[in-house]
Design a binder for this molecule. Structure first.
Ligand code: HEC
Ligand code: HEC
Ligand code: HEC
Ligand code: HEC
Ligand code: HEC
Length: 393
C-alpha cells in the first residue's frame, strides 16, 4: 500500500514536471517591450483592466483617452505614447521614457551610484513587458511561481524605488532643488535619507490587495500590487498630500500665516514636469460675504535652470517653438514658491489691509497638471481648504 502511494506520487511529480515544462515553453515574448499589453491581459485580466482602463481608480485627464464604458481613465503608463512628443524638441530623448524598451534595474546596493539608463527606446507606450521583461526575455516577478507558463525570474528590486528611478528622474544624478523631473532624487534625498518614512514608490503608488496573480489558475490569492499609479490626475491621491492651516498671528489684527505642509508625498509637491503647479488662493470676506482682499501663491518647479521671472520677458522674445511659448508663460507668471519638499512645512505670511471688523478668511489649494496651458476641464483639482473667523480692531 505504502509503495503504491509513493509510486503514484512519483508519477504525479513526473506528470506535473512535464506539464510545467510544456507550459513553460508555451509562452514567450519575442517582441520584447513591444509585446502588446493585451497579450499579458489574456491571463492577467484584473491587472490589465487596471492598467488599460484605470478600473478601481479615480484618474481623470483630458490626455488619457477614456472609454465611455468606464468611469475612470487609462493609466498614464498605458497612454504615454499619446502624450504630445513632437513639440518637445529632442524626440529621441522623450521616447526613452514615453516609449521605453526593456531595461536592467540597478541593484539595490547600486541605488544612487548608477545613472538611470534611458536610452532603450521601444515602439509603443509603456507596456507590461517594459517593466516586467528582462532584456533576456524572462518575466521578472516578486515571488517564484510554479504555475507560470513563461520563463520567470524573481527580482526583489521590483519592490523598490529603483525600478521607478529608470524613468522618474532626468538622466542627471545631481539633485536640482526647484528643477523638474527630480522625483526619484527628491524621494532619496529628502524622504528616504532623513528617515521620514520607509515607503518605496510602490508602497504609496501600488498598494496591494489579496487576489490571484493570474485568473485561471489554482493559485491562492496573494498580496498583489494594484496597477493604477494614481498621481496628479487623481483627486484621491492629491487630497491627502498637503496639510493646510490658517493662523492669525495677533488676535486683534489681520496678520495671517498660512501653513502648507507636505504630509502625504514621498517627494516634493508638485513633482515631475515643470508644467505642474499648486495654487494657494486666499480670500478675506466681510460679514456680508463680500470679498475685501485676495491673494494667490504658486508652487512649481522652474521652467528652466534659472528662476522664472518677469524680468526675462524681453529676452524670451528671441526663443521660438514650445520652449519660447512655455518659458514666456512661466516668466509671465513671475517668481513663485518652489515645490514643497518631503516633510517640509512652508509658512507664508500675509497682512491684508482691511478696515476694522469681523471677517472670514478662506484658503484653498488647487492642483494643475499644466500651468502653461489654458485651464482644461477636469485637469484642475482641489487639494484641500481651510477657513478661519477673525476680528481686526
Ligand atoms: C497564457 C497565460 C499567461 C500569459 C499570456 C502571461 N502570463 Fe504571466 N502568469 C501566468 C500564470 C498562470 C502565472 C502564475 C500564477 C500563479 O502563480 O498563480 C503567471 C505569473 C506571472 C508573474 C508573477 C511572477 C512569475 O513569473 O511567476 C508575472 C510578473 C507575470 N506573470 C507577468 C506577465 C507579463 C508581463 C506577461 C506579458 C508579457 C504575462 N505574464 C503573460 C499566465 C500568463
Ligand atoms: C511601470 C511598471 C509596470 C508596468 C507597466 C506593469 N507592472 Fe506589473 N508590477 C510592477 C511592479 C513594480 C510590481 C511589484 C509591486 C510590489 O509588489 O511592490 C508588479 C507586480 C506585478 C505582478 C505580481 C508579481 C508577483 O510576483 O506576484 C504581476 C502578475 C504583474 N505585475 C503583471 C503585470 C501586467 C499583466 C501588466 C500589464 C497589464 C503589468 N504588470 C504592468 C511594475 C509594472
Ligand atoms: C519605462 C519608464 C517608466 C517606469 C519604469 C515607470 N514610469 Fe511612471 N511614468 C512614466 C511616464 C512616461 C509617465 C507619464 C506618461 C504620460 O502622462 O504621458 C509616468 C507616469 C506616472 C505617474 C503619474 C500618473 C498621473 O496620472 O499623473 C505615476 C504616479 C507613476 N508614473 C508612478 C510610477 C511608479 C511608482 C513606478 C515604479 C513602480 C513607475 N512609475 C515606473 C514612465 C515610467
Ligand atoms: C509616502 C507616499 C509616497 C511615496 C513614497 C511616493 N509618492 Fe509619489 N505621490 C504621492 C502623493 C501624495 C502624490 C500627489 C501629490 C503630488 O503630485 O506630489 C504623488 C504624486 C506622484 C506623481 C504624479 C506627479 C504628476 O506629475 O502628476 C508621480 C509621477 C509620483 N508621485 C511618482 C513617485 C515615485 C517615482 C516615487 C518613488 C521614487 C514616489 N512617487 C514615492 C505619494 C508618494
Ligand atoms: C526621464 C524620463 C522622461 C523623459 C526623457 C521625458 N519624459 Fe515626459 N514624463 C515623464 C514622466 C515620468 C512623466 C509623468 C509625470 C511626472 O513625472 O510627474 C512625464 C509626463 C509628461 C507630460 C505630461 C503628461 C500629462 O499627463 O499631463 C508631457 C506633456 C511630457 N511628459 C512630454 C515630454 C516630452 C515632449 C519629452 C521630450 C522633450 C519628454 N516628456 C521626455 C518622463 C520623461
Amino acid at each position: 500500500m505504502k509503495r503504491r502511494i509513493t509510486l503514484l506520487g512519483t508519477v504525479f511529480t513526473i506528470l506535473t514536471t512535464m506539464a510545467s515544462i510544456a507550459f513553460a515553453e508555451s509562452v514567450s515574448f519575442p517582441k520584447g517591450a513591444a509585446t502588446p499589453s493585451e497579450t499579458c491581459g489574456e491571463c492577467h485580466q484584473t491587472l490589465y483592466r487596471e492598467y488599460a482602463f484605470g478600473v478601481g481608480s479615480d484618474t481623470h485627464s483630458a490626455n488619457h483617452a477614456i472609454p465611455a464604458t468606464v468611469s475612470s481613465a487609462a493609466t498614464a503608463h498605458a497612454t504615454s505614447k499619446f502624450t504630445p512628443l513632437a513639440s518637445g524638441g529632442d524626440v529621441e530623448w522623450c521616447r526613452a521614457c514615453h516609449f521605453a524598451g526593456t531595461f536592467n534595474i540597478p541593484g539595490k546596493d547600486d541605488l544612487g551610484k548608477q545613472l538611470p539608463n534611458v536610452s532603450n527606446a521601444g515602439e509603443i507606450s509603456i507596456t507590461c513587458a517594459t517593466c516586467h521583461l528582462t532584456p533576456e526575455g524572462k518575466v521578472r516577478g516578486v515571488r517564484s511561481s510554479k504555475n507560470a507558463p513563461h520563463a520567470s525570474v524573481v527580482e526583489p528590486a521590483l519592490q523598490s524605488s529603483a525600478v521607478c528611478a529608470h524613468c522618474h528622474v532626468d538622466t542627471t544624478d545631481k539633485r536640482i532643488v526647484g528643477g523638474q523631473y527630480q522625483t526619484f532624487l527628491e524621494w532619496r534625498e529628502d524622504f528616504n535619507k532623513p528617515g521620514l518614512g520607509a515607503q518605496q514608490c510602490q508602497d504609496c503608488h501600488m498598494p496591494r490587495t489579496l487576489r490571484k496573480v493570474a485568473e485561471d489558475t489554482d493559485g491562492a490569492p496573494v498580496a498583489v500590487a494594484r496597477h493604477l499609479w494614481t498621481g496628479g490626475h487623481s483627486s484621491q491621491r492629491l487630497t491627502g498630500s498637503l496639510g493646510l492651516s490658517i493662523i492669525q498671528r495677533d488676535t486683534d489684527k489681520a496678520q495671517l500665516s498660512f501653513s502648507v505642509t507636505n504630509i502625504g508625498a514621498g517627494h516634493s509637491v508638485p513633482t515631475g514636469p515643470n508644467a505642474r503647479g499648486v495654487y494657494l488662493s486666499v480670500e478675506v470676506l466681510d460679514r456680508q460675504g463680500v470679498s475685501r482682499a485676495r491673494k494667490e501663491w504658486l508652487f512649481a518647479p522652474n521652467f528652466s535652470a534659472r528662476p522664472d521671472d518677469k524680468a526675462f520677458l524681453e529676452a524670451d522674445k528671441k526663443l521660438s517653438g514650445y520652449e519660447g511659448y512655455a518659458q514666456t508663460r512661466a516668466d509671465a507668471q513671475g517668481s513663485h514658491e518652489p515645490p514643497v519638499r518631503a516633510g517640509e512645512e512652508r509658512l507664508l505670511n500675509w497682512d491684508p489691509a482691511v478696515a476694522p471688523g469681523l471677517y472670514t478668511v478662506k484658503a484653498k489649494l488647487r492642483y494643475t497638471t499644466d500651468r502653461f496651458g489654458a485651464p482644461v476641464a477636469g485637469d484642475e483639482k482641489e487639494m484641500g481648504s481651510a477657513a478661519l473667523l477673525i476680528t481686526s480692531k
